[in-house]
Design a protein around this ligand. Structure first.
Ligand SMILES: Cc1cc2nc3c(=O)[nH]c(=O)nc-3n(C[C@H](O)[C@H](O)[C@H](O)COP(=O)(O)OP(=O)(O)OC[C@H]3O[C@@H](n4cnc5c(N)ncnc54)[C@H](O)[C@@H]3O)c2cc1C
Length: 414
């Protein structure tokens, strides 16, 4: 039986570990925290998963929360425009074809970790170092590092050719809250503010039940850069509300009466969009393969990385199975990453760059979305099918052709 070591008990590592167990591999998971520590700890991050990622989890019996978790059927996107410059804004709601879902990782990952152990997987709770890996890798047929975007990730060299140039780091304070004045139970919202960045609100399922996940995304050097590093959870929420009061008063009114969903339901994440090479070489001559955030971090505003973590684990599983008795060599690792990159490159590359700095034709499409449901729907469903964005946002010709198709004119001004 082939022996596989996976480092990291997040979406990528646990999904691959559970998938491999199902196919009778001998799998060891090394991770920094026990299931109980994750469950009872501070909030970790954010997951908003779209239909394709959920399909895999359903097929493998991993989707344990389908009944309880809010179904995300609609997503609002709004921007107030620049009234002083005469630039109109937009505010529309796209319909998600097949519902998305958001779960607090403190709910999902401990259950997966326990399932993995119950099904015969070996869990070693230990913060792994690169020196550990140098010794360990030789004992396994394949070693996978899915340890998130910091620490061990640095073993994998940045791939500057695939990383978007000049993309600043992001600061993303988040909180799971309850008691807000919510317009609809199945509606996620994205609000763009030109001064601080984005507010995203998502009906979610956390450790204490259904609630709202809210997060702000700002860029290094911007309004959120001075976010204090050591504050109490309630102060963290109060600060988030202060930002809303100043920039998005309507949303402030909605969340003014909200309380933390549990005493530890806040976090702040610092991340720089980055693509890394998928293979790290160890001093002993061994090689390890990176997965999930370890090899790709995209813009949080693209809502992709848990989906990417899931997709990368799905592709790795398929390729491991297809490898049969052949070695998991460097060629295998590169092939696996390249297949994942075929899927992920849109929202980690040109599509993301265009969406985040929309040229005039795209702004016209957004504004036309106020009156044309087809634009709103296509935009929102692109997050499940990133390749579709390439067909209408990445060049003026494609964008205006879509505008013409929907509105009867290639321009909203002409
Ligand atoms: C603000 C924000 C918004 C986001 N929004 C979205 C969104 O809308 N949609 C979406 O899909 N994704 C989103 N994401 C991203 C998503 O949360 C992550 O990309 C995803 O969780 C990554 O999964 P992973 O398994 O690669 O890594 P992680 O979830 O980071 O898991 C890493 C695991 O490795 C363990 N570990 C770390 N170091 C070591 C070590 N040295 N030894 C042993 N174990 C170790 C950790 O304890 C953890 O268990 C968002 C993230 C942020 C911060």
């Amino acid at each position: 039986m082939r022996k596989i070591l996976i480092v990291g008990g997040g979406q990528a590592g646990l999904q691959l570990a559970l998938g491999l167990l199902r196919h009778d591999y001998d799998v060891t998971l090394m991770t920094a925290r026990t299931a109980e520590e994750v469950r009872n700890g501070r909030a970790v991050s954010i997951q908003a998963q779209f239909a394709d990622a959920l399909t895999f989890e359903r097929e493998y019996g991993l989707a344990q929360w389908d009944e309880e978790a809010p179904k995300l059927r609609r997503c609002r996107y709004s921007f107030g425009g620049y009234p002083d410059l005469g630039v109109p804004g937009f505010d529309w709601v796209g319909r998600i074809h097949s519902p998305a879902q958001s779960l607090d990782e403190r709910l999902k990952m401990p259950v997966w970790q326990e399932m993995f152990e119950e099904q015969g997987g070996k869990v070693v709770v230990h913060p792994v170092t690169s020196s550990d890996l140098d010794v360990l890798a030789g004992m396994y047929d394949l070693t996978v590092v899915a340890a998130g975007h910091s620490g061990l990730a640095e073993m994998f060299a940045p791939n500057t050719e695939r990383t978007l140039p000049d993309v600043p780091a992001n600061i993303t304070p988040l909180a799971y809250v309850r008691g807000s004045d919510d317009p609809e139970p199945e509606l996620a919202e994205i609000h763009l503010d030109p001064e601080f960045g984005f507010l995203v609100t998502i009906p979610t399922l956390s450790v204490t039940g259904p609630c709202q996940l809210i997060y702000l995304i700002g860029q290094e050097g911007g309004k959120l850069s001075t976010w204090p590093s050591r504050i109490r959870p309630q102060e963290h929420l109060d600060l988030m509300l202060d930002v809303l009061k100043e920039h998005l008063p309507e949303q402030h009114a909605r969340f003014a009466g909200a309380e933390l969903a549990d005493p530890r339901s806040v976090a702040v994440d610092y991340s720089t969009p980055l693509v890394r090479h998928p293979v790290a070489h160890l001093p002993s001559g061994g090689k390890v393969m990176g997965l999930g955030d370890t090899v790709l971090v995209s813009q949080p505003a693209m809502c992709q990385d848990a989906n990417n973590a899931s997709k990368s684990a799905e592709i790795a599983l398929r390729n491991i199975l297809a490898q049969d008795g052949r070695p998991f060599d460097e060629d295998f690792m590169h092939r696996t990453f390249d297949e994942f990159w075929d899927y992920a490159h849109y929202l980690a590359g040109t599509v993301a760059a265009t969406l985040l700095a929309p040229p005039p034709y795209l702004l016209e499409l957004y504004i036309a979305g106020n009156a044309h449901q087809a634009i709103a729907d296509r935009f929102i469903n692109g997050f499940n099918d990133p390749a579709d964005f390439d067909k209408w946002v990445t060049s003026e010709e494609k964008g205006r052709a879509f505008l013409q198709e929907v509105t009867g004119s290639p321009s909203i001004t002409g």
